[in-house]
Design a binder for this molecule. Structure first.
Ligand code: NAD
Ligand code: MG
Length: 405
């Protein structure tokens, strides 16, 4: 592992790049970092559209590099920075993201971009042997075995940030070679989102505003819609398959509406280990940043005396048909999970734009996977996967046009 504060012996700050720093996870990461200026140094920040917010972050954290997608936005940031005593170089485009992720000036990369757009910089960080904090689950769903191979080849340390996967990780020994002998199966908990009790006959009239109003978590728009369809849990099943090297039948999902138990490991001896806490991403973020130490996260403590009850129920496949798509895609030829992710990204964007109704998200996803299953070639390199992603998106867009409300 690259030298870092948390190796315990060497006490110099961990040099961090936050990809997607203006998002929900990105902002929470900077919140945790700001509590520990002696431990963490921000070297790079990146954003897609919110130049104003990136400007504020640059003024506060003084990164050496900031990355934006277009020259126009970069110019905007450069001119806003001009009057300040901050020497941040503003770079442009996807290659700059990869260069930052692999830079020798970076020890650790927080991958907090949403969607498959985050895959190339994740692969770059993995190949360069970084300590890679993975919030960007779509990158692993799309990159799959190629992603894991890059982690292995590069000697990177992959640490989960998704709360469920962080929970599982916290319940397992630090020595990964002992995971297989220990785990019987894992249980990913799911809140059930805003429509757990809504009459499915009314799903046609669900608005984007209703879908993004999550009962327990405050998150970006895309993951909020994914939580409402339970496609988020589908992506997390695929994510868990790779992170913990588990056969899909060893990954189960249980609804737990209070979001207090973040996931569980059922051991070979029937003992169950769980990780609990208030639903706040600062907890898994702080753990990823400081692993194997623990530092103050700023999250509220759990008050057991205020908890009414912890309840559990099975996910209803008629209400949440998307969950099964994860298991189907994992059983299908490799590349199917990339197809599923691409279809879902397109379908969610179309739903948020008011082009399709809520139940059509599932139709687009299921039909796109179905259309590709028999014609997927092997994905041997990143370009093959990106090609599958592009073709699946084109197919999904076609289907969206047919289903347009
Ligand atoms: P968000 O929409 O709030 O933020 C996304 C960030 O990515 C922003 O900084 C945005 O500028 C950047 N971005 C978007 N598209 C981009 C592109 N094409 N190229 C480069 N940058 C781009 O999303 P979020 O809720 O913070 O989620 C980020 C990732 O973390 C997602 O993969 C999500 O599934 C995962 N995650 C989020 C939470 C949460 O609580 N928000 C929890 C678990 C996992
Ligand atoms: Mg999660």
């Amino acid at each position: 592992m690259t030298s870092a504060f948390n190796t315990r012996q060497e006490r110099r700050p961990l040099r961090l790049a936050v990809l997607g720093s203006t998002g929900s996870v990105g902002a929470s990461t900077l919140d945790v970092v700001a509590r520990h200026p002696e431990r963490f140094e921000i070297v790079g920040l990146t954003a897609h559209s919110r130049v104003d917010m990136l400007l504020q972050q640059c003024l506060r954290f003084k990164p050496r590099v900031a990355v934006l997608p277009t020259e126009e936005r970069a110019r905007e940031l450069r001119s806003a920075l001009a009057g300040h005593a901050v020497r941040t170089e503003v770079l442009v485009g996807p290659q700059a993201l990869c260069d930052l992720a692999a830079s020798s000036e970076v020890d650790s990369v927080m991958a907090a971009i949403v969607g498959a757009a985050g895959l190339p910089p994740c692969m770059a960080a993995a190949r360069a042997g970084k300590r890679l904090l993975l919030a960007n689950k779509e990158a692993l769903v799309v990159g799959a075995d190629l992603f894991m191979q890059a982690v292995k080849d590069g000697g990177a340390t992959l640490l989960p940030i998704d709360s469920e996967h962080s929970a599982i990780f916290q319940c397992l020994p630090e020595d990964r070679s002992r995971w297989a002998e220990r785990i019987d199966h894992i249980i990913l908990t799911a809140s059930g989102g805003p429509f757990r009790e809504r009459d499915p006959a009314t799903f046609d009239s669900i608005t984007p505003a209703q879908a993004v109003a999550h009962p327990n978590w405050v998150m970006g728009q895309k993951i909020s819609v994914d939580s409402a369809t339970m496609m988020n849990k589908a992506l997390e099943v695929i994510e868990a398959r790779w992170l913990f090297d588990l056969a899909p039948e060893r990954i189960r999902v249980v609804l737990h509406p209070q979001s207090i138990i973040h996931s569980m490991v059922v051991c070979r001896d029937a003992s169950v280990l769980a990780q609990l806490g208030t639903p706040d991403m600062k907890v898994p973020i702080a753990y990823g940043l400081s692993f194997p130490d623990r530092v103050e996260s700023g999250a509220e403590r759990l008050d057991f005396l205020k908890l009414q009850a912890l309840t559990f129920e099975p996910p209803d496949p008629a209400r949440f048909p998307g969950l099964q798509l994860a298991y189907d895609a994992l059983a299908a030829p490799s590349g199917s999970t990339a197809v599923l992710n691409a279809a879902n990204e397109e379908a969610v964007a179309a739903f948020l734009a008011g082009r399709i109704r809520f139940p059509a998200i599932h139709r687009v996803n299921a039909d796109t996977v179905e259309a590709f299953v028999s014609r997927l070639g092997p994905a041997r390199q990143l370009d093959d996967v990106l090609d599958i992603d592009t073709r699946a998106r084109a197919h999904a867009r076609q289907r969206i046009q047919e289903l347009a409300a």
